[in-house]
Write a protein that binds this ligand. Sequence first.
Ligand code: FMN
Length: 346
Amino acid sequence: MSYSQTVQALFKPFTIGNLSLSNRIVMAPMTRQFSPNGVPGLDVANYYRRRAENGVGLIVTEGTVINHPDSSNQVNVPNFFGKDALNGWANVVKAVHEVGGRIIPQIWHMGARGNVNDYSETDIAAIILAFAQAAFEAKQLGFDGIELHGAHGYLIDQFFWEKTNQRTDKYGGDMLARTRFAVEVIEACRRAVGPDFPIVLRFSQWKSTDYTAKLAETPELLEQFLAPLVDAGVDIFHCSTRRFWEPEFEDSDLNLAGWTKKLTGKPTITVGSVGLDNDFMSTFTKGKEANNTKIEGLIEKLEREEFDLVAIGRSLLVDPAWVNKIRDGRTNELIPFTSEAVKVLY
Ligand SMILES: Cc1cc2nc3c(=O)[nH]c(=O)nc-3n(C[C@H](O)[C@H](O)[C@H](O)COP(=O)(O)O)c2cc1C
């Protein structure tokens, strides 16, 4: 395979458990709301196939919701339960595998309608069961792993964050107690899929209600947060940040993925404005567009093995061929993220 020498690090294979990837590029999960009544159609299968056949190493699907009454408030967000939706996902897996791609679903519960404090232990048990059922279905359908959405203020994150979790039982309290819900979800999913099926956990310091929020203010607190999640069975951490180049704590250049790898020894995925000059929230909230930038800074960090994989969001939304253009050094052909380009969402 020919590729520009400077981006070599992105094109090294990666293996974990049963999952072998041809390169380090991950398509970030991106909600599209193109699944009428929760059922992904052949257009969805073709959308992912286009990214796989154009060189994406691993696709993480848009968030897809578990079987629980509160899990979704959008009818066109895909379900991950029910015969029709699961058949739709089977077609997606087939389409991606046919062209040699790898794909994992992002398993999602959007959050408590009121507050996680209102859930009883019976509600919590039902939600954990629904996560485990989704993990089981993912394996049955032939997906290559799962990603649990533990970021951005959605349900799992609502338990993590002290501002949204004021429970006084075993699911609330100090950092360790606030990880308990996620730990039980991960353990249940692990039991459902067995030891070699990769479980990715996406988490973030920031929340969609507060971009400056921090779950962990120090490396010590981050370690306390991560340790029980590792013990529960996470294989890869997907560390959601808005700008990958920002150091997470003082006195070190490491970003969140860098720290997470250092503290856990687990592989990590970095994400956030790779190859773009504007972060994704400002794109939506301030209507700002983003231009393409060089990626040397990213490559240097990857070469230093600060993290293992690199997720790309908006650039893959507007340009299915982004990976091959980067590989071949065809940077003049990159497509900026504009409001016109995103309308296509094809
Ligand atoms: C249209 C859109 C939808 C998104 N939906 C999700 C989602 O369903 N789950 C999730 O974890 N993140 C979601 N994100 C965040 C992306 O996964 C990613 O972290 C973010 O876009 C930063 O990457 P980028 O700067 O390369 O775009 C979404 C982002 C965009 C632009």
